[in-house]
Design a protein around this ligand. Structure first.
Ligand code: CA
Ligand code: CA
Length: 262
């Protein structure tokens, strides 16, 4: 038996509303562990009353679990989600949120609304977390999308041990040619012990410049996220050291990059 006990209250007020859950097609786990590469599974926004529009007050959350060693790809085939344009830009009254990982605090890939189809996106690992939110009014057609396993084009699913003094080199996909659009990569580096420094030298770095590196960027994070270093839009080299493990996250759209870890 389980119960909640509320005491020491002389009165209370609470806001209660009906919403949908995984049993209704609103969220849940999408298991791609036994799916072959590029074999898509369809997912869509919930239209419970079949009027052609998604329902109001949705907060649907999906965890897409892909095959070990693969990345998860999300590709939209239909997209119309309520938005509003004002002088400062587009505001998403309703939205779909996509994250690179297995939970609501994983790195954000994007939050999308409007009627232009978002780009196809891949995760850097075999998990993707997706949320669809709608407010109480103005429901649109919604989205239909396919999720599938894809072969990683970059990054590493294995932790790279860089304890050796022999330099190891990482390169962006297609190097020395331009890297492809909408690619996300992640490498995790570790040393033999946490007092050993990891030394990173960028041998060739050329990336798109954009305000606050909003388009293309490299993010270096240490083990505890205490010393995040962001870098993008510069030419030349950069040397960074830390006393603990590094996580590298890259998002890139064009030009070329070659990184040497020594
Ligand atoms: Ca509906
Ligand atoms: Ca709405």
């Amino acid at each position: 038996m389980s119960f909640f006990l509320l005491c020491f209250l002389s009165s209370f007020s609470a806001l209660v509303r009906f919403t949908y859950g995984a049993n209704s097609g609103c969220g849940g786990v999408i298991n791609l562990r036994t799916s072959s590469v590029n074999q898509g599974t369809t997912m869509r926004s919930l239209d419970a009353d079949s009027d052609g529009h998604y329902e109001p007050n949705l907060n649907c959350q999906w965890l897409v679990a892909g095959r070990q060693g693969k990345n998860v790809r999300l590709r939209f085939t239909e997209f119309d989600v309520e938005s509003a344009q004002n002088e400062t830009g587009v505001f998403c009254w309703d939205y779909i949120e996509v994250r690179d990982g297995d939970g609501p605090y994983s790195p954000l890939i994007g939050r999308y609304c409007g009627n232009g189809s978002p780009p196809t996106v891949d995760t850097t690992r075999n998990f993707m977390w997706i949320k669809f939110f709608s407010d109480s009014t103005d429901n649109r057609v919604g989205f239909t999308a396919s999720v599938s396993n894809v072969e990683p084009v970059c990054g590493s699913h294995e932790v790279i041990n860089v304890s050796s003094t022999v330099p190891q080199t990482l390169v962006s996909p297609n190097f020395p040619r331009n890297y492809p659009p909408n690619v996300r990569c992640q490498w995790v580096l570790t040393a033999a012990d946490r007092y050993q420094k990891i030394h990173v030298r960028f041998v060739d770095l050329s990336m798109e410049d954009s305000p606050r590196c909003g388009n293309d960027f490299i993010r270096l994070e240490d083990e505890d996220n205490r010393l995040p270093v962001s870098h993008g839009g510069e030419n030349g080299s950069l040397v960074v050291s830390t006393t603990s493990s590094y996580t590298f996250r890259y998002r890139w759209r064009r030009v070329s990059m070659n990184m040497s870890f020594d």
